[in-house]
Design a binder for this molecule. Structure first.
Ligand SMILES: *[C@@H]1O[C@H](CO)[C@@H](O)[C@H](O)[C@H]1NC(C)=O
Ligand SMILES: *[C@@H]1O[C@H](CO)[C@@H](O)[C@H](O)[C@H]1NC(C)=O
Length: 314
């Protein structure tokens, strides 16, 4: 009888782990691998609370983490070319790309001015999953990759590795090439904006411009009715948002096969690709997710005790 109690106790520990994961929401870590400062902006959607900050300075090589509650939804982006005056109380200033109109480092509920690369999240709660995507519907300003850490489900890496500013057609170039406008913004035509007679997935098709974006960033949304597989469905305790994920290896990576591209430490190379983390066994050795680590420990403990009991009573 005592053995049954032990098993029930261990099962409840595992069960708690699972409950815990959903109840915690998700952690976000924003990482700047660009060789210049980025000023990330964060905008919570209506009904979601603001995170610790709505905008901050992130020097080259820096990172910062945030905890989001269950059901949180919102977006992250990078502001570039900012000039904030440190002598004024609110550090007044503006940014060349991604400016949120606040005239401050904090965005205070202001959204990003296009062109801007956007990482969009909807965090689940309990049994419901998280959704995320990287959108180029508002254009592009900085290379950005979103990774799920220690998740389960379709937890692919998404975003752009190549610097789309280098490949931007002249007619879409923004401010000396520090951004690349969407064709919708540049030309204001229904066929690019999926509006008017083009306001449905059946009528709004890829264009020569959205194809340029899609080729550079295959896992991203390139226009309003892009392939729904550009949204990822995952349950993860932790997401990373990395600016300029492969600045140094960009040229060589373009001709290298994926298996050589481990230098970023995230397993991502030139082309965005799916990182397969469906196996809890591999998570143990990744050592990146305390959550799945503890769950794995519980599983190992259960198995060990079951074997022990089996040997005792057989
Ligand atoms: C999250 O949203 C779901 C569905 O709307 C709701 O049932 C649940 O109570 C919410 N959870 C939290 C922690 O707010
Ligand atoms: C992940 O690995 C499993 C088992 O090896 C496989 O069935 C699945 O298709 C893989 N998923 C992806 C997204 O590669």
């Amino acid at each position: 009888m005592r053995s049954y109690n032990i098993i029930i106790n261990i099962c409840s520990i595992i069960f708690w782990d699972d409950i815990d994961k959903g109840a915690l929401g998700a952690k976000f870590t924003v990482i700047n691998k660009c060789d210049y400062t980025v000023w990330p902006g964060i905008l919570a959607n209506a009904g979601s609370s603001a995170l610790d900050t709505t905008g901050f300075e992130l020097p080259s090589g820096g990172s910062r983490s945030f905890q989001a509650p269950p059901n949180w939804s919102g977006r992250f982006w990078g502001r570039t070319g900012c000039n904030f005056d440190p002598t004024t109380q609110t550090q007044q200033g503006t940014c060349t790309t991604g400016d949120c109109g606040s005239n401050q480092v904090e965005c205070n509920g202001g959204g990003a001015h296009p062109p801007v690369t956007l990482a969009e999240f909807t965090i689940g709660s309990g049994a419901s999953q998280d959704y995320y995507d990287v959108s180029l519907v508002d254009g592009y300003n900085v290379a950005m990759i979103v990774d799920a850490v220690g998740g389960s489900g379709e937890c692919g890496s998404t975003g752009c590795i190549v610097d789309l500013n280098q490949q931007c057609p002249n007619e879409l170039k923004f401010s000396n090439g520090v951004g690349c406008k969407s064709a919708c913004e540049a030309f204001q035509k229904d066929e690019y904006c999926c509006s008017g007679t083009y306001a449905s997935p059946a009528t709004c098709k890829p264009t020569i411009y959205s194809t340029i974006f899609k080729t550079a960033c295959p896992k991203s949304y390139s226009y309003a009715y892009d392939d729904p597989t550009s949204t990822f469905t995952c349950t993860a305790p932790h997401y990373t948002i990395t600016f300029c994920p492969s600045t140094t290896s960009q040229k060589s990576a373009r001709v290298s096969p994926p298996e050589t591209e481990t230098e970023t430490g995230t397993g991502i190379g030139d082309m965005p690709m799916i990182v397969n983390s469906s196996s809890w066994f591999s998570n143990i050795f990744d050592g990146v997710s305390p959550k799945s680590y503890s769950c794995s420990i519980s599983l190992i403990a259960t198995l060990t005790i079951l074997i022990f009991l089996y040997l005792q009573f057989s």
